[in-house]
Ligand binder design. Structure first.
Ligand SMILES: OC[C@@H]1[C@@H](O)[C@H](O)[C@@H](O)c2nc(CNc3ccccc3)cn21
Length: 605
């Protein structure tokens, strides 16, 4: 009979059973192997039956690669996969965690901490759909997003990747999955991998589970919690993700009560796969198997054994693929890992690949290249910026509100601070490179300063000085109508973002003191999380949390100058002092500078 697995009119399970029944062990283990782009030549993919390839943070075909170069690269790799005996298409994955961050001229949306402040799940869904189109513009059908961490300590370097400290808000924002993959239609089957069509992408809820609950926010560390605490704080977003048909779940580097998640059979197999009936595939994090042992890679055979038996289906190896393949082959041949475990893994991988139409559409749709960085998506991102900003102070006690700022300033406006004119810093980590970049040459976008200049009445004098000295301020303090001071954190990702003091990096505090001490000022904080503010807050006339807004900096000016009102509400508690941490809404001891849910409002002027 013709290969029934190739016939899309066949029932899904018939296709899976037919294909699985034809596969050798080498072909099965190949499907479980995900390798990094730089290792993934068509020959390697063909020879080892590689099932998946990824771009790690910053891993691009060439610097500032246009969508066509991405399409060419992905299609080339796909040819390697389709030329194998069974012609199983490979799945290319990438981190599109705030837009297609690795790709030059992609639209960069606010990071999740800001999206949580919008309280707008429908907006999140629209963003998901736009990101899916930009990812498809580059020929890629799978993303390692959304991160559904419930960040309980802002000292964690990845807190900005979390929608909120409150599990319910994170649950609500899982609507982004239905944007990425499409919405399961009425009457459709909930809780199984879903993808509406070839303008959508398969998603990945991460990092399972408890990544945001580690001690002191130390990345990849230990989450101490009872099972009920885990279920009530960190697990809820996975209920929603599974029901929405998320295609994959990525395992966390962290441990739960001292046991590495990558080796946790109870939570991966007994709970996620059996209790929650998750039917997609479980993927490791980057070298997640290696990091099961201390030191990492100390006993890779043990790592493979523990990870695969725990229920991991696909391994983000990503470099030493022969060591992984040989090790897993040995463990199956010596009976340590039963073929039934391998077959469960391959079944799940094939289910996702069949469901997303990868067999019928293995190659990129070249008609979508124009979706990258489309003005319509930038306008959506600008809307998200407006709705993500949180107004924390508007006028000193007894003063009239400072915001919305007048667009006409007779004496001119002083704009100060490094983050007013730094596209890279306003985007944050996972942008062009893994750690992100400072400066204005990394991609296409609008700085906050650009936005201010475009918002004011023509002829209004906007003077920018990154760090004005006391002399300049003294000479000009009577001149300026008001000042806008934009300071904050440099870009960072993962462990590089772990921070125990959470102070505004120098020279931010000095700029605030110097400028706001002499000129009526609004301070805009560009950061991945709440920072220490209490010592300076009385000097400020107004204060805005802008988080990491991305490329559409004009959204900041839109609300500063009243084209739109402020509506954002804090997705996280704004602490007074790091000595209080961890401190989350609902805690018995709760003495924040600004509470979860706080946000002043203004009317459009
Ligand atoms: O980029 C792939 C994954 C990502 O999806 C996970 O959220 C994140 O935990 C993650 N971390 C790495 C590690 N990246 C890395 C980059 C350069 C040197 C060493 C490690 C890769 N990934």
């Amino acid at each position: 009979s013709a290969d029934r697995y190739k016939d899309p009119s066949q029932p899904l399970n018939t296709r899976i059973d037919d294909l699985l029944g034809r596969m050798t062990l080498a072909e099965k283990i190949g499907q479980m192997s995900q390798i990094e782009r730089e290792k993934a030549t068509p020959d390697v993919i063909n020879k080892y039956f590689i099932g998946s390839v990824l771009s790690g943070g910053g891993s691009v075909p060439e610097k500032n690669a246009p969508p066509e170069a991405w399409v060419g690269m992905v299609n080339g790799m796909q040819s390697g996969a389709l030329s194998t005996r069974l012609g199983i298409p490979m799945l290319y994955g990438i981190d599109a965690v705030h837009g297609h961050g690795n790709v030059y001229k992609a639209t960069i949306f606010p990071h999740n901490v800001g999206l949580g402040c919008t309280r707008d799940p429908e907006l999140a869904k629209r963003i998901g759909a736009a990101v899916a189109l930009e990812v498809r513009a580059t020929g890629i059908p799978y993303i390692f997003a959304p991160c559904v961490a419930v960040c309980r300590d802002p000292r964690w370097g990845r807190c900005y990747e979390s929608f909120s400290e409150h599990p319910e808000l994170v649950q609500n924002m899982t609507s982004i999955i239905s944007g990425f993959q499409g919405e399961i239609p009425a009457g459709g089957t909930l809780g199984v991998p879903f993808m509406a069509g070839q303008r959508n992408v398969a998603a990945c809820s991460k990092h399972y589970v408890g990544d945001g609950g580690t001690t002191n926010g130390i990345n990849e560390n230990n989450t101490v919690a009872t099972f009920h605490e885990l279920l009530s704080i960190h697990m809820p977003p996975y209920y929603n993700a599974v029901i929405r048909g998320v295609s994959t779940v990525m395992i966390s580097y962290s441990s739960w009560n001292g046991l590495k998640m990558h080796a946790n059979r109870f939570l991966i197999t007994d709970f996620l796969k059996k209790e929650l009936r998750f039917r997609g595939f479980v993927i490791s994090d980057w070298q997640g198997l290696d990091r099961i042992t201390t030191p990492e890679h100390a006993d890779y055979i043990l790592s493979i054994k523990l990870g695969i038996l725990a229920g991991i289906d696909m391994v983000m190896i990503p470099f030493n693929y022969t060591e992984f393949i040989d090790g897993l082959t040995l463990l199956v041949n010596n009976g340590t890992i039963p073929m039934s475990r391998i077959d469960d893994a391959v079944r799940r991988i094939l289910r996702v690949k069949f469901t997303m139409g990868l067999f019928e559409n293995p190659y990129a749709d070249p008609s979508l290249t124009g979706e990258l960085g489309k003005q319509e998506h930038r306008d959506l991102a600008r809307e998200a910026v407006r709705k993500s900003l949180v107004l924390l102070k508007n006028g000193k006690p007894g003063d009239k509100p400072l915001l919305p700022l007048p667009k006409k300033a007779y004496g001119g406006i002083l704009v100060a601070g490094s983050h007013a004119n730094d596209l890279g810093s306003q985007c944050g980590g996972w942008t062009i490179t893994w750690q992100g970049l400072t400066g204005n040459n990394l991609t296409a976008g609008t700085t906050i300063l650009d936005g201010i200049k475009r918002a004011v009445v023509p002829g209004t004098d906007v003077v920018y000085s990154e760090n004005p000295d006391a002399g300049f301020i003294q000479q000009n303090k009577a001149r300026f109508d008001y000042a806008i001071v934009v300071v904050g954190e440099p870009p960072y990702a993962e462990t590089f973002g772990d921070n125990l003091n959470l102070t505004i990096p120098a020279p931010g505090p000095a700029i605030i003191q110097n400028v706001c001490g002499s000129i009526k000022c609004v301070v805009v904080i560009v950061s991945g999380r709440p920072l220490v503010l209490e010592p300076y807050i009385n000097t400020m006339n107004a204060l805005v949390a802008a988080w990491l807004p991305g490329t559409e900096g004009q959204g900041v000016a839109d609300v500063l100058f009243g084209d739109y009102g402020f509506t954002g509400k804090l997705s996280r508690t704004w602490f007074r002092s790091v000595n209080q941490l961890p401190m989350n809404v609902g805690d018995a001891r709760y003495d924040p500078l600004f509470p979860f849910g706080f946000g002043l409002e203004t009317q459009p002027s």
